[in-house]
Design a protein around this ligand. Structure first.
Ligand code: GAR
Length: 199
């Protein structure tokens, strides 16, 4: 498969996926990074690995009409013949035109056990803070298909971990990221082998 990763942040999941490719665990080609934040760690990782990236935001393309701006995503994804999109800390709603064109071909990783701690505003550290403040005894990760409803697509995999009495959002984030780095490549592998069929 030709894969495009969408990321906005530090890019540790992007890095874990690339490492899985370097280790020979994954066969797919990581063709492209799309970001809405040109100063993020994910861009540095793309540069270090010789992967093309596009910074797509209204700031960069202020003169494009609304419809041409949306079409830009699709044109770039077509140019790179992308089969699968992996969201890895992409802090923006994916454009509807992309969701429709890549139906069941966009996967997101979320740092909690959906449907809990999901929805608007629930991303990155906000999620871990909310988990700690709620007093929940467990958290984990959810890997799911992306549809037009935020954090509501079909769940492909969940893994749990215990929230310890002395955890804060930072210690929890660290352990959740470890789970993410382990299982995101595994889900991609299952798609490659046909063990997991995306209808
Ligand atoms: C990850 O924990 C990912 O689950 C989360 O952002 C972090 C990105 O870390 N995604 C969301 O919250 C999406 N709702 P990374 O940039 O180091 O991969």
């Amino acid at each position: 498969m030709n894969i495009c990763v969408f990321a906005s942040g530090g890019g540790s999941n992007f890095n874990a996926l690339l490492q899985a490719k370097k280790d020979g665990f994954l066969n797919s080609d990581f063709k492209l990074l799309i970001t809405n934040n040109s100063h993020c760690g994910a861009v540095d990782i793309a540069l270090a690995n010789d992967i093309d990236y596009y910074h797509i935001s209204k700031k960069v393309f202020p003169d494009l009409s609304e419809s041409d701006f949306h079409k830009l995503y699709v044109d770039i994804l077509d140019e790179y013949e992308i089969d699968l999109i992996l969201l890895a800390g992409y802090m923006k709603m994916v454009d509807t035109i992309v969701i429709r064109k890549f139906k069941n071909r966009i996967i997101n990783i979320h740092p909690a056990l959906l449907p809990s701690f999901g929805g608007k505003g629930m991303y990155g550290m906000n999620v871990h803070k909310a988990v700690i403040e709620s007093g929940a005894k467990e958290s984990g990760i959810t890997i799911h298909l992306v549809d037009e409803f935020y954090d509501k697509g079909k769940i492909l995999l969940q893994k749990k971990l215990a929230v310890n009495e002395d955890d804060n959002e930072h210690t929890l984030q660290k352990r959740v990221l470890e789970l993410e780095h382990k299982y995101y490549p595994q889900v991609v592998k299952q798609i490659e082998t046909g063990e997991l069929i995306l209808e």
